[in-house]
Design a protein around this ligand. Sequence first.
Ligand SMILES: Nc1ncnc2c1ncn2[C@@H]1O[C@H](COP(=O)(O)OP(=O)(O)OP(=O)(O)O)[C@@H](O)[C@H]1O
Ligand SMILES: [Mg+2]
Length: 246
Amino acid sequence: MSEQQPGPLVAHTPVPVLPVEAQEVVRVDRVSRTFGRGERAVHAVRDVSFTAGRGELVAVRGRSGAGKTTLLNLVGGLDRPDSGRVRVAGHDLGAAGERELLRLRRGTVGFVFQTFGLIPILSAAENVGVPLRLAKVPAAEREERVAVLLELVGLGGQAAQRPYELSGGQQQRVALARALANEPDLLIADEPTGQLDSETGRSIMDLLRAVVHARGMTALVATHDPALIDLADRTLTLRDGHLTTP
Ligand SMILES: Nc1ncnc2c1ncn2[C@@H]1O[C@H](COP(=O)(O)OP(=O)(O)OP(=O)(O)O)[C@@H](O)[C@H]1O
Ligand SMILES: [Mg+2]
């Protein structure tokens, strides 16, 4: 299957028409996060506000240390802000307890990282199936869904291979399939192409974009790469923790 033609998982879901507030998947209101105290305090994210809607691929750019990872972690519920409010798919993360945050991270948000984060002793198919196991999806359904997901990312023939038997680009495709396994509303990708050559990086971003648009998901992608920023619907630029106005 070519990358330009997403598989059945992409094709079967028409984007429903929802009320405006439901179209808004991410709402960040005046969020700040400081690490350390006093003279050593690092204001990693300062008074940041933005929204992202369904079907939107939003790039987050900025120099090293600008606060991209910190912001993504706050939106994904991996970290909590010192002040301000984060809402994801209608959930107020500040009001959520640890258990609810865990549920959100497993079900509502999918994560893709620069270093792929695959489990080396598991096959591609088993890696993709991990979130489905955690969600207690029965084995037969799990296998079926994993097969569709691997097909979607163009790795139908590599299901049995382990990460070290795959190229970097293929590993990142497996990681993307895993992030999509629970059909999240929001995909968070922190420099997903940072370890890939530019051509492979571009093909991963093309795939990500196709999935986001076809499925009406929302994606926040931190990247340095200007070529990839061109693929985004919108770009947020961070400078010293501040969002610069476009
Ligand atoms: N857990 C932490 N403890 C202390 N300081 C931190 C922590 N996480 C991030 N920082 C600091 O916050 C600032 C923003 O870091 P962040 O990782 O968000 O930047 P970034 O834009 O993702 O950079 P890069 O492009 O290098 O990944 C940096 O000065 C960093 O050193
Ligand atoms: Mg970072």
